[in-house]
Design a protein around this ligand. Structure first.
Ligand SMILES: [Zn+2]
Ligand SMILES: [Zn+2]
Length: 345
């Protein structure tokens, strides 16, 4: 079978690998669509090496059909359309026991400890089966939307941390795939207005098409003035940083209302260090929080939203490449000219 093998940072290529052989408690997924995530890009370029195996097959946002079922597996049949929640918490570490399985101290993940989605057939290991990480999808859900349930689940975790609710004014910084998901989720959570700041014209346009109330080009317009005018001078109740540029954190904090929340959703580039005026947080009583991965409950909620058609993920997917064309997919991702880039067999 074909697989994109990562040998070392910046050393990856489509390669022939033997098709995985499943055990009695495992399944084999025939990958139909796997999306490239910002984290994958950081892994490919070597900006992220922690927890990465070499050689390995990465890719953690995937959807496909069951190709083989181990003889002890119940509840699944060959041909079932499924998406995979790739993060498998241990269930017994202090973080899991406190109800924070997304921050599990011993988590294992498909796309990290186990080979991921950038290959024709993906082995679904026993622990993923036992943890309920395989979700059946009905026919009407596209493979693309199925693959994007994973990043949506991460955004739902972020939304919960941000506490977005009824009548809130929300600012989303960055209209990449993640920002566009946050924008839609904020509306669904009851926000009265969602302002999106994004320098890329195509991305601003899609944000408008997906329901943003206002889009701003921060390089040409005065974002602070626009946010203040839209909020009676108070600032946004909730701000989600969906772009990992540390230098933007300080100016973003100043756009938040007193007592509001800033969620640092994106993983930040480089060392992630920046200088902030901490008195902005102190005097304005701003809540700053982060968000990492998702709990299985978030994944189920994301799947339900996709199944019920409550959120538009297909519009966020702009390009699809074959496994053999992975280099071109990588270049497209890097260029920022598309949104979600998908791989198919
Ligand atoms: Zn991801
Ligand atoms: Zn754990």
């Amino acid at each position: 079978m074909k697989a994109v093998v990562l040998n070392a940072p910046n050393d990856f290529a489509p390669t022939e690998l033997p098709k995985p052989e499943i055990g009695d408690d495992e399944m084999l997924l025939e990958m139909k669509k796997a999306a490239i995530c910002g984290t994958d890009m950081r892994i490919l370029t070597g900006a992220k090496t922690k927890g990465v195996r070499y050689p390995s097959v990465i890719g953690h946002e995937m959807c496909g059909v069951i190709a083989e079922v181990g003889k002890n597996v119940t509840g699944f049949e060959v041909g079932d359309k499924v998406s995979i929640a790739n993060v498998i918490p241990c269930g017994s570490c202090p973080a899991c026991l406190e109800g924070r399985e997304n921050a599990c101290m011993n988590r294992k993940a498909i796309g990290y400890e186990f080979n991921g989605g950038f290959e024709e057939y993906v082995l679904i290991p026993e622990i993923a089966m036992k943890s309920g990480n395989v979700i059946k999808l009905p026919k009407q859900v596209s493979f693309t939307a199925g693959a994007l349930i994973e990043p949506l689940a991460c955004c739902i975790r972020g939304l919960k941390n941000a506490g977005t609710g009824f009548n809130d004014s929300v600012l989303i910084v960055g209209a990449g795939p993640i920002g566009l998901m946050h924008m839609q989720l904020s509306k669904i959570a009851g926000a009265k207005q969602v302002i999106v700041s994004e320098p890329n014209e195509m991305r601003r346009q899609i944000a408008l098409e997906l329901g943003a109330d206002r889009v701003v080009d921060p390089e040409k317009e005065d974002l602070e003035k626009i946010v203040k005018e839209a909020t009676r001078g108070m600032g946004a109740d909730v701000i989600v940083m969906a772009i990992g540029v540390p230098a933007l954190v300080n100016s973003t904090l100043k756009l938040c209302k007193k007592g509001g929340t800033v969620n640092l959703f994106a993983g930040f580039a480089g060392t992630g260090e920046c200088s902030i005026e901490v008195n902005t947080i102190h005097y304005n009583e701003i809540n700053v929080n982060g968000s990492t991965a998702y709990k299985r409950e978030d994944y189920l909620e994301a799947a339900d939203m996709v199944i019920s058609g409550k959120i538009n993920l297909d519009k966020i997917a702009t390009h699809t490449y074959k496994i053999d064309e992975f280099q071109a997919a990588y270049e497209m991702c890097k260029s920022g000219k598309g949104l979600k880039i998908l791989i198919e067999p």
